[in-house]
Design a protein around this ligand. Structure first.
Ligand SMILES: [Zn+2]
Length: 259
């Protein structure tokens, strides 16, 4: 990459093979620390004002200091920093996974104007991938429905979540996922907030819903256990930075206000 072709950023996230790296313990090293790496980079992408993402080739001579994304997000000091880490991670994944055209197999290159990759042969354009998901807290009186997937840490329960399917609205996805995973009907589905979730590129749309009918029956595949929990019998919960935890905290805070 020609240094004169791209305006430099003040700081850079580093990525190799779709993963973020630290350099000398620094997550976003300054420009002057990066001259040799910069000249070998595959791409420079703006993450935020003054901060870029330097996409390094597999062969780049950089010490492997892989960053654990979950701990990075957990330590973000505010929503702005969380969003920046999330964006850097997702752009790194996207760039790594769009090297070749999905239509004709030719090499993709950076689009001239947009943040996109374009096929050098057939012109297909691929923008950074975002996968919308729903995540929902189902309430029944003063209890909420929490469930655990087989891959969760021992004892951990969370709200139900799933990908939105093609042609489906977010509300339809809420009703379908809950029926599929635990066999209950819900009503009064209402939006709460959304959160970027870079594992690897979800947009989590958070909802509340009310229990309507049915007995909780985990599907045994995606969900191995589920049940109704009240404030005095909560299991191990997801970390505070997650939207799942924000749904749970918001629900119980509302109950205490109305007491
Ligand atoms: Zn193509």
């Amino acid at each position: 990459m020609n240094d004169t072709a791209v305006p430099a950023f003040q700081r850079y996230y580093l990525a190799k093979s779709g993963r973020l790296l630290a350099l000398g313990g620094e997550l976003t090293p300054r420009l002057r620390q990066l001259n040799a790496l910069r000249s070998a980079a595959e791409a420079e992408i703006e993450v935020d004002q003054g901060i870029g993402l330097l996409v390094l080739p597999e062969t780049a001579p950089v010490p492997e200091e892989e960053v654990t994304l979950r701990s990075l997000l957990a330590q973000a000091k505010d929503e702005q920093e969380y969003a920046r880490h999330s964006r850097a991670a997702q752009l790194a994944t996207w760039h790594d996974q769009h090297r070749y055209c999905g239509r004709c197999g030719s090499t993709m290159r950076d689009h001239a104007q947009d943040l996109a990759r374009q096929c050098a042969s057939c012109g297909l354009i691929q923008y950074p991938r975002i996968s919308p998901c729903i995540i929902v807290l189902v309430r029944r009186g003063e209890q909420c429905l929490l469930a655990r997937a087989p891959h969760f840490a021992p004892g951990r329960f969370s709200t139900l979540a799933g990908f939105i399917e093609a042609g489906e609205s977010a509300e339809q996805a809420v009703a379908r996922e809950i029926m599929e995973e635990v066999s209950i009907e819900v009503e009064n589905i209402r939006f709460f907030a959304s959160q970027s979730w870079p594992f690897p590129h979800q947009l989590m749309l958070g909802f509340f819903a009310d229990y309507k009918a049915g007995d909780v029956q985990p599907d045994g595949i995606e969900i191995e256990a589920a049940g109704w929990f009240s404030l005095d019998n909560l299991p191990d919960l997801p970390p505070p930075f997650s939207i799942s935890r924000q749904l749970i905290d918001h629900f119980f805070a509302g109950l205490q206000v109305s007491d």
